[in-house]
Design a protein around this ligand. Structure first.
Ligand SMILES: NC(=O)c1ccc[n+]([C@@H]2O[C@H](COP(=O)([O-])OP(=O)(O)OC[C@H]3O[C@@H](n4cnc5c(N)ncnc54)[C@H](OP(=O)(O)O)[C@@H]3O)[C@@H](O)[C@H]2O)c1
Length: 237
């Protein structure tokens, strides 16, 4: 069985931590970003690739390249995501389109192209990185929370279609994780935020990487169609 993993948005933050975690566990990881990049850790198991998940041409070219190198993934981590926050009245069409194109259409593009081979291999894992913003809403994030809420529905429907093929599809909904995406949070905001987080800290990318790793493992073979929060207890219901 191949140990190939594909991670979108692996140049920074959560995606980078997931990539290192898998590579350290002897998986071969293809990690992407819109820009050329290098992984900090030098390893034959870590393959950086320039790819824009919104470009179906890029995705199709990437598929052919991976197929020719026997690198089609058994595990697909749809992690690439962006924010373009603005209160709804001021939100521009581009703010809406860019976020939906990346966070939702990007997941469609990659899942669509890689799922056929998983079906052929009779095994696969798809993990979509959603957000608690898609579960609880967040002012200034109508675009972002819509894109992430859509991933929860995408996950459930695809899980129902692929369950009989031994492919699981799950979502992870992180709370506040310390990455570039949350670097706008100043000390004052952080203090207020921590009052609402029972575990009294922001999350680390490695926290998310460990959950991704578990959901990708054989130990999680009976879990599908779920959205699992990782947020220090911020959202409980
Ligand atoms: N950090 C949080 O608190 C938090 C909370 C909830 C959910 N999330 C979700 O977790 C995921 C990772 O977030 P993060 O905090 O690690 O973000 P980040 O530090 O901003 O990193 C985002 C990654 O995605 C890549 N990317 C963005 N657009 C892309 C595109 N069109 N095609 C390919 N790659 C693209 C970026 O690289 P380039 O810019 O070079 O393309 C980068 O590698 C996102 O889906 C985010 O919505 C994060």
């Amino acid at each position: 069985m191949n140990k190939n993993v594909f991670i979108s948005g692996a140049s920074r933050g959560i995606g980078k931590a997931i990539a290192h975690h898998f590579a350290n566990n002897n998986f071969v990881v293809v990690g992407t970003s819109r820009n050329e990049f290098e992984f900090d850790q030098k390893s034959d198991n870590l393959i950086p690739l320039k790819l824009d998940v919104t470009s179906r041409d890029d995705v199709a070219d990437c598929f052919e390249m991976l197929k020719s190198k026997d690198l089609l993934p058994k595990i697909l981590i749809n992690n690439a995501g962006i924010t373009s926050d603005q209160i709804f009245l001021r939100m521009k069409n581009e703010d809406w389109d860019n976020v939906i194109n990346t966070n939702l259409n990007g997941v469609f593009n990659l899942s669509k192209i890689f799922v056929k081979n998983m079906i052929k291999q009779k095994e696969g894992r798809i993990i979509n990185i959603s957000s608690i913003s898609g579960l609880m809403g967040n002012p200034g994030q109508v675009n972002y929370s819509s894109s992430k809420a859509a991933l929860n529905g995408f996950t459930k429907s695809l899980a129902k279609e692929l369950g009989s093929r031994n492919i699981t599809v799950n979502c992870i909904a992180p709370g506040y994780i310390e990455t570039d995406m949350t670097s706008y949070i100043d000390e004052n905001q952080k203090k207020k935020l921590l009052e609402t987080i029972p575990l009294k800290r922001l999350g680390k990318s490695e926290d998310v990487a460990k959950l991704v790793s578990f959901l990708s493992s054989n130990e999680a073979s009976y879990i599908t169609g779920q959205t699992i929060s990782i947020d220090g207890g911020l959202l409980m219901y």
